[in-house]
Design a protein around this ligand. Structure first.
Ligand SMILES: [Zn+2]
Length: 68
C-alpha cells in the first residue's frame, strides 16, 4: 500500500497529477491527500472525485493511464 496525493494546481492541460508520498515530483504545497491505496489506478479514481482531469505521474504511477 502506498500513500497518494493529487496536485491541486493543474498543469497547462488543466490536468492534476497523482503522486505517491515518496515521489520526488510531489509538490510540497498545492497537494491534496487522497489516502492509502493498493494501486495507483485506484488513487487516480479517487482524485477524480475532486478534479475532472486526473492522471497518474509518469514517474511514480507508471502503470496508470497518462495524458494522451
Ligand atoms: Zn510522481
Amino acid at each position: 500500500m502506498e500513500i497518494y496525493y493529487v496536485t491541486t494546481q493543474p498543469d497547462t492541460q488543466g490536468a492534476h497529477e497523482v503522486h505517491t508520498s515518496t515521489c520526488s515530483l510531489l509538490p510540497v504545497e498545492g497537494r491534496r491527500y487522497l489516502g492509502t491505496f493498493p494501486e495507483a489506478t485506484k488513487a487516480v479514481f479517487a482524485g477524480r472525485h475532486y478534479f475532472n482531469i486526473v492522471h497518474g505521474c509518469a514517474t511514480c504511477c507508471a502503470l496508470t493511464p497518462h495524458a494522451n
